[in-house]
Design a protein around this ligand. Structure first.
Ligand SMILES: NC(=O)c1ccc[n+]([C@@H]2O[C@H](COP(=O)([O-])OP(=O)(O)OC[C@H]3O[C@@H](n4cnc5c(N)ncnc54)[C@H](O)[C@@H]3O)[C@@H](O)[C@H]2O)c1
Ligand SMILES: [Zn+2]
Ligand SMILES: [Zn+2]
Length: 393
């Protein structure tokens, strides 16, 4: 089968690899029709999360079931399914409580497994033609329709990007009337903004510095904030004061910040003054400054345990200094981590099917598998409007 292989840092090739094979009676083989490239793949591409070099990359598949293990009961040959990035078993203590991204059996000795991902169980990646799906009954999410229909690019986002964006909005209970600031306008941040809107937020700000992504945030109904055009905290406070001024609601002076904030960037956040440089410190400082008392913060951008190429020694060991007292004195709630895809994917599927949600509005490029090397380079450079690429094996 043909697959996208990360040979070495910034060296992606498309080549033949041995066909994926059934290993357990609980497996299925999935013939992939769409498979997306994620910001997480870029962490690997840039050599910042190492461990899958020489292997197939990718973790966002959609396809048709081709072969079914004898112990699988819920899925049959020909079913259209997507599977979550984070591989789950469905029966361990973490899975049954809804924490599927911390599954205890799919990557024994640690919590959580994923396709094509360092330290996540060694499962082959999903940017290929054929994928082995373990514990198929727990992982396969059945979908209506046929390959290539109007839902194709919505359904592929159920594997990770839409569920993660929704996870960010949901774990901080984003609700009607909330004001939400989202840092990062990649597919995950944009879909967090979209999810905040679906959940009734009154006003949403999306912070980034890339014109096409900020424009997309505006189309989704958020207020775009370019952090290179001035301190984003000041820009957002200024916007807040415009619609929520002085005595408009109650007699007390309104709080100037936001009720919810989401970090959808992670450890490779850029400097506030020079996009070419990294500086993840200022983002949490900005969030701590911007969040209102009793506010809620979600960190969904990825933070690896080690990053030898980080700008500062503490960061290399995965340690980030936080304005702890400021957060404490504001009674802020912070929630973080990987997306428990299984908690949301069937609900979000139903919203797509009824027309209540159309996440594919963030997809910017639909390309053949062969186009992966060029797509990685352009997506990594954030050029030519590359926001979310879906490959079509
Ligand atoms: N928690 C999870 O389960 C989960 C799942 C999927 C992806 N992720 C992570 O979410 C993050 C975003 O994923 P993506 O696919 O959207 O990636 P992406 O690389 O396309 O988007 C990141 C965006 O952040 C912007 N950015 C960089 N520095 C910034 C700063 N200081 N302030 C504001 N914006 C800044 C970039 O310009 C870019 O648009 C990645 O770290 C990815 O690994 C986490
Ligand atoms: Zn992803
Ligand atoms: Zn499990």
């Amino acid at each position: 089968m043909k697959a996208v292989v990360l040979e070495e840092t910034r060296q992606v090739v498309v080549r033949e690899v041995p066909d994926a094979e059934m290993q357990e009676t609980t497996d299925v083989l999935l013939r992939i029709t769409s498979t997306a490239i994620c910001g997480t793949d870029l962490h690997c591409y840039e050599g910042r999360m190492r461990g899958i070099e020489g292997g197939v990359i990718g973790h966002e598949p959609l396809g048709i079931v081709e072969e079914v293990g004898s112990a699988v009961v819920n899925v049959k040959k020909g079913d259209r399914v997507t599977v979550p990035t984070h591989i789950c078993c469905g029966f361990c203590a973490m899975c049954v409580q809804g924490s599927s991204s911390a599954c205890l059996t799919t990557n024994p000795g640690t919590a959580g497994a994923a396709y094509g991902y360092p330290n996540k169980g060694g499962y082959q990646g999903a940017q290929t033609e054929l994928l082995r799906v373990p514990f198929a009954d727990a992982n396969c999410l059945k979908l209506p329709g046929d390959p290539g229909d109007d839902w194709e690019d919505d359904f592929v986002l159920l594997a990770d990007a839409f569920t993660t964006g929704y996870h960010g909005a949901a774990i901080i209970d984003t609700a009607p009337g909330d004001t939400v600031a989202i840092f990062g306008a990649g597919a995950v941040g944009l879909l967090a903004a979209y999810s905040a809107r679906l959940r009734g937020a009154a006003r949403i700000y999306v912070v980034d510095a890339i014109a096409e992504r900020l424009e997309k945030a505006g189309e989704i109904g958020a207020v775009p904030i370019n952090f290179l055009h001035g301190d984003p905290v000041e820009q957002i406070k200024e916007q807040q004061s415009k619609w929520r001024s002085g005595s408009a609601f109650r007699q007390e002076t309104p709080l100037g910040g936001v009720t919810c904030a989401i970090d959808a960037i992670g450890f490779q956040a850029r400097s506030k003054t020079d996009y070419k440089l990294e500086d993840p410190f200022w983002v949490t400082d900005a969030i701590a400054e911007l969040i209102n008392p009793a506010g809620r913060v979600a960190i969904i951008g990825v933070w690896p345990v080690q990053d030898p190429k980080a700008i500062e020694p503490s960061l290399r060991q995965g340690e980030l200094t936080l304005p702890w007292a400021k957060l404490f004195n504001k009674n802020v709630r912070i929630t973080m981590g990987r997306d428990d895809d299984e908690r949301w994917n069937s609900k979000l599927r139903d919203m797509i099917v009824t027309g209540a949600a159309k996440p594919s509005q963030v997809v910017s490029h639909r390309l053949s598998l062969d186009a992966a090397p060029a797509a990685f380079a352009k997506f990594d450079a954030r050029e030519e409007g590359y926001i979310k690429v879906v490959l079509k094996p």
